[in-house]
Design a protein around this ligand. Sequence first.
Ligand code: SOE
Length: 383
Amino acid sequence: MEQGTADLGVGMVGYAFMGRAHSHAWRTAPRFFDLPLAPRMRVVAGRDAAATAAAAQNLGWEGSTTRWQDLLTRDDIALVDVCTPGDTHAEIAIAALEAGKHVLCEKPMANSLAEAEAMAAAADAAAARGVLAMVGFSYRRLPAVQLARRLVEAGRIGQVRHVRAQYLQDWLADPASPRTWRLERDKAGSGALGDIAAHAVDLAQFVTGERLTGVNGMLSTFVHERPLPSGEGTGPVTVDDAASFLARLSGGGMGVFEATRYATGRRNALRLEVSGTAGALAFDLMDLNVLHFYDAADPEQTAGFRRIEVTSPSHPYAGSWWPAGHGLGYEHAFSHQVVDLVTDIAAARQPTPSFADGLAVQRVLDAVERSAAAEGAWTDLPA
Ligand code: SOE
């Protein structure tokens, strides 16, 4: 970053897993990328004063507060980063936008369609005043995923016929693992559906450049009661453990989606395979520096999926990190998210995924829930 670059004051709400990932990104992005604005990590907000102060110290924030509302009245904060569980996203994000703060909001954008609609409307109104909002679907910013999008955009796989998207985790396979907030509908909105199928849907829509137009699906909860995190007693699980659904794509293709926290042995496998008329692409988060690409125009004798290591200096984002072949990790996607958000704010340009993109994902989640409640009935999405 050049000397004299104007500041971008940031306030973050929440400091658990996502707060830590975002803090790392706010700290790291300006050290590896030439940013047009200098992020300043002003304050982190949380409910418990001592724990929030300790988090500020550990994660590199200048100060802490127990009132997220404080962020909205400070002149030295231009952006609010929402890293709380889903039940507070709408309230915080809408208040921040109305107070003239740019917003980065973790996924899934909201806990319900009504909240997502209100957030998208608030983002539209704010954009008219030059105030911008982005949803944190961070996996879009992995170099291999960006390359996949570029190949589709350049027509290298032709017309999309099939999308196979899976998000496989196994952290609930043990029935003794605790009933955290992610298993409470009031806090998380839904289970595997909102937490991880949301990523698969966003990734599929981003890479293909298409929207899902209709779905039919099923949801299952395998374990209905789990030990409470305090160790005292048990509590009910009020969300889905797994979600599967079929989808139609706006370009005429078909999709198969699966998200589960019971895929024994699969810790965090987000996989996307897209088959087109001229080729195919395959990505797996467990091998995130690699994109598999099949070009149907290759001569028959040597045709086959190519394993592309997306680590060369000319690959998206890669040139700002290490020499070719050294590879990136999960956390880099969050740094790239900061890079793109800050760049768009400086250019007064709408960042993506926008709240409208977040709403598009929420519409799919809502349609899957309605379909599952109606024994898998086909459910169209608004055009
Ligand atoms: C938990 O299932 C979780 O941390 C998700 O909430 C994240 O969005 C995903 O990146 C990893 O898994």
